[in-house]
Design a protein around this ligand. Structure first.
Ligand SMILES: Nc1ncnc2c1ncn2[C@@H]1O[C@H](COP(=O)(O)OP(=O)(O)O)[C@@H](O)[C@H]1O
Ligand SMILES: [Mg+2]
Length: 501
């Protein structure tokens, strides 16, 4: 008898004759993939171009959600059912359980998490949403992420709803094409250009305002403007005597202009400030007191009359404000090259004063005023002051103000903590019920989170936003929205044209 019996156990090479179903399927799938790969390998690589959306704008995940186990659809996760109210759900899953802002408004793009259309209209939301106390909008993000593109397409789409668009200062001249396309008007100001704006123009008196009240209002606006200009050049607050001098110089100039049937000009105010005897005589002061105090002011205003802005704001306006035009932009791209922003700030002050006084008619319908590149003026308290008074008036006049800046810390650049500039900038932020945050640099995330009260999840989301995608905070509600451009809009708003061959 042989002592050894043949072994029945499997050798390492043993394969069962009949594979089970799952293994057969796996083998089949492997085979199909391999065949596909072989088929594609011989072809030249093809770039898939979908019309409309940039490759970098495409959704991270397919519409069905994340692939693989991360989808949590494997069925192996068994949790006890849990009931909660929608309010709690929205808190626990901030983006996923967001109910949206309703269907009324301008189409912006799609809500990335809810996979629905995102529409927005500050006028439609006013009074409907808790805590939505004003129609103003803050838009912040690093360069090239599509801030201007968003502002422009909101403008274009708003015109279709009957709103009018005003851009009081366009330092890059990129809004002119939008105004032209919409049948609006652009006023280009700069050395050698024919355009002139007289910031002391008195706008038409709105219906229902008495002549006396309107005269007081116009005087107040002119004084505010003169004060802003002087403060910007002098880089300090005015002394009480200087305020008085401005008052008197303005009144004298206006009286003379009224007598002659003309409009007062900045140059005439500067001249009055430079005439000490007249100022002193008007107040009955001791000779030499007021005239002496006004010396600095006279020199400050001189810059607008004889300096680099000569003529631009010291002549009768060459254009009249057309309240029926759908859009008006003021192109300041020929001013204020590199370095010193003061010329630009002065021009902006005059241009926005001219425009704002024309916007003072509450009957003129709903309007959007867009301050693109507003970060350039954040350091100038005088301009912030003007902006803030405009912000405060927004509800009464039916105006939505939109301010475009780079980073939230631009707001902090207005001054040290506790200073007046800082308080003004923070006030502006408080008066924006809608905040749209495009991508922020890593070192900016903390200050952004602190200023806006972002949650950890929101802060993380902001750091990873791609072009055209932003965190929209609408009074405590949060959305991640992908702004979609129509091909025609894309063509019009392209600021990268010179970068691509
Ligand atoms: N949502 C978008 N989809 C496709 N292209 C976009 C989008 N937003 C912006 N762009 C393009 O990106 C470029 C930079 O946009 P721009 O608005 O000028 O940036 P910013 O004002 O933030 O510096 C433009 O050429 C614009 O056409
Ligand atoms: Mg821009």
């Amino acid at each position: 008898m042989p002592a050894t019996r043949p072994r029945a156990s499997a050798s390492p090479l043993y394969t069962p004759r009949k594979a089970d179903r799952r293994a057969r399927r796996a083998v089949r799938e492997q085979f199909t993939t391999a065949r596909e790969q072989a088929r594609h390998a011989s072809r030249p690589p093809m770039r898939h171009i979908s019309p409309g959306i940039d490759s970098e704008l495409r959704a991270t995940y397919a519409p069905a959600g994340r692939p693989g186990p991360a989808s949590a659809r494997g069925g192996s996760l068994k949790l006890p059912p849990h009931r909660m109210t929608t309010a709690v759900a929205a808190g626990a899953y901030p983006f996923l359980a967001e109910g949206g802002l309703g269907a009324q408004g301008l189409y912006v793009g799609h809500d990335v998490h809810a996979e629905g259309a995102f529409v927005f209209d500050p006028f439609a939301l006013y009074g409907k949403l808790d805590g939505f106390t004003n129609p103003n909008i803050l838009l912040a993000g690093v360069i090239g992420m599509g801030k201007s593109a968003l502002a422009k397409s909101l403008a274009v789409r708003a015109v279709a709803f009957g709103y009018r668009i005003y851009v009081p200062c366009d330092p890059k001249g990129e809004w002119s094409v939008v105004a032209r396309e919409l049948g609006g008007q652009t006023i280009a100001l700069g050395p050698g250009l024919p355009g002139r704006l007289n910031p002391l123009d008195a706008p038409a008196r709105p219906r229902g305002v008495s002549a006396e009240d309107w005269r007081t209002e116009v005087r107040k606006r002119r004084l505010l403007l003169l004060g802003s200009l002087a403060k910007t050049v002098l880089r300090r607050e005015l002394h009480p005597m200087e305020h008085t001098a401005l008052d008197i110089a303005l009144d004298q100039t206006v009286a003379r202009a009224d007598a002659g049937g003309t409009t007062p000009l900045l140059g005439q105010v500067a001249h009055a400030l430079g005439s000490p005897e007249q100022l002193d005589a008007a107040l009955g002061e001791m000779p030499g007191r007021l005239g002496h105090a006004a010396e600095d002011l006279a020199h400050a205003l001189r810059r607008l009359v004889h300096g680099d802005l000569e003529g631009l704001f010291d002549a009768p306006s060459t254009v009249a404000f057309d309240a029926s035009a759908p859009m008006l932009s003021i192109d300041l791209s020929r001013l204020g090259g590199a370095g010193d922003d003061t010329a630009l700030v002065l021009a902006m002050t005059c241009a926005s004063a001219w425009m704002e006084s024309a916007l003072a008619d509450p009957e003129a319908g709903r309007r959007w005023v867009i301050y693109d590149e507003a970060w350039r003026v954040m350091r100038h308290a005088a301009l912030l002051e003007r902006m803030q008074s405009q912000w405060k008036l927004s509800r009464g006049l039916g105006i939505a103000n939109m301010m475009v800046i780079h980073r939230l810390s631009d707001l902090l650049a207005a001054g040290d903590a506790g200073s007046r500039g800082r308080a003004l900038a923070e006030g502006l932020l408080t008066d924006c019920s809608t905040r749209i945050i495009y991508r922020q640099e890593a070192d900016q995330l903390r200050s952004a989170a602190a200023l806006l009260g972002l949650t950890g999840v929101e802060t993380q989301a902001v750091s990873a936003l791609t072009k055209g995608r932003g965190l929209w905070k609408v009074t405590g509600r949060s959305f991640i929205t992908q702004h979609l451009l129509h091909p025609r809009e894309r063509e019009l708003f392209d600021t990268d044209a010179r970068m691509s061959a």
